[in-house]
Write a protein of this length. Structure first.
Length: 294
């Protein structure tokens, strides 16, 4: 491992499911595993790594296809089932049997799927701005959410999305953070440059898009049957999400026996970066509640 430029954080690599994944870690104790979304990388959890590294072994992955993790070329390498296997192997490779799993955006989708596939491997599930897959599938049958999710259709096309995302020195990547954030000071120039540098790594854009290109497949996120989940679950939701409507959160308790939701007003999709103090407090309250109930 080598030291990261953030205090006390270390870089590491692990092998899982036939690939090598890069991660950043801090602290010791129970495992708290963080999964980022599109078009991000481990760095989106910078405010959480230090906050929870005091009480946990915090690990923030670069998901397959992102930043310094391996980037298989085949579209089939980015199915939800493969992504779930990555997480299972990660927990084992780190020497643990269970973890608290935290996911945002695509990381949230993987976290939901992992929780259903491996509930006994989870202490708690925490999902930020990604609805339960059943609620998302229902939302896509409404004109309102279809309009918000227009980009999913665009991303199914070959070649063109790669060109659009990388054009103008990755102007679209820069815009998605700068223009969507309610708090314009949430992202510094250094933050934006770090996010662009990760997206600009060879093969990263195509890999990111392959997540979306599997979404409508037979085993894709939207074509599964979802029962009742018994893992204690916290959802945190920035209410000004341009891509995912707040109404997608309604009715989640029909799928989760122990469900808590915390809304954050005047906050975008990038909730843990835009309102880190509040997100961290909600997570800590939830974890301490479960600890007191043991």
């Amino acid at each position: 491992m080598t030291m990261c430029r953030h205090s006390f954080m270390q870089h590491g690599y692990l092998n899982t499911n036939g690939i090598q994944l890069h991660y950043v870690t801090q602290g010791n104790g129970p495992l708290m595993l963080f999964l980022h979304g599109f078009p991000e990388f481990w760095y989106c959890w910078r405010h959480q790594i230090e906050a929870f590294g005091r009480d946990y072994k915090v690990v923030a992955l670069d998901l397959r296809g992102y930043n310094d993790s391996d980037k298989p070329r085949e579209k089939s390498a980015y199915t939800v089932s493969e992504l779930v296997k990555d997480v299972e192997g990660t927990v084992r490779a780190l020497g643990y049997e269970r973890c608290t799993l935290v996911g945002h955006d695509w990381g949230g989708a993987i976290a939901w799927s992992f929780a259903y596939a491996n509930p006994t491997m989870l202490e708690q599930l925490i999902v930020l701005n990604l609805p339960h897959p059943a609620r998302f599938a229902a939302g896509l049958r409404t004109p309102q959410q279809l309009l918000r999710s227009w980009y999913i259709g665009l991303f199914q096309l070959p070649v063109l999305p790669e060109f659009l995302l990388s054009a103008g020195n990755y102007a679209a990547i820069r815009s998605v953070f700068r223009d969507q954030a309610v708090n314009s000071e949430a992202f510094t120039e250094a933050d934006i440059e770090a996010l662009v540098a990760a997206a600009a790594k060879p093969g990263a854009i195509a890999s990111m898009l392959n997540y979306y290109r599997n979404i409508f497949s037979a085993e894709g996120l939207l074509n599964q049957q979802w029962g009742m989940l018994s893992v204690p679950t916290l959802m945190i939701w920035g209410e000004n999400d341009a891509a995912l409507g707040k109404e997608l959160t309604y009715g989640t308790e029909a799928y989760v026996t122990d469900f808590t939701i915390r809304y954050i007003a005047n906050c975008s999709h990038w909730v843990q970066q835009e309102q880190p103090a509040l997100v961290n407090q909600y997570i800590r309250d939830f974890l301490e509640r479960d600890r007191l109930c043991e």
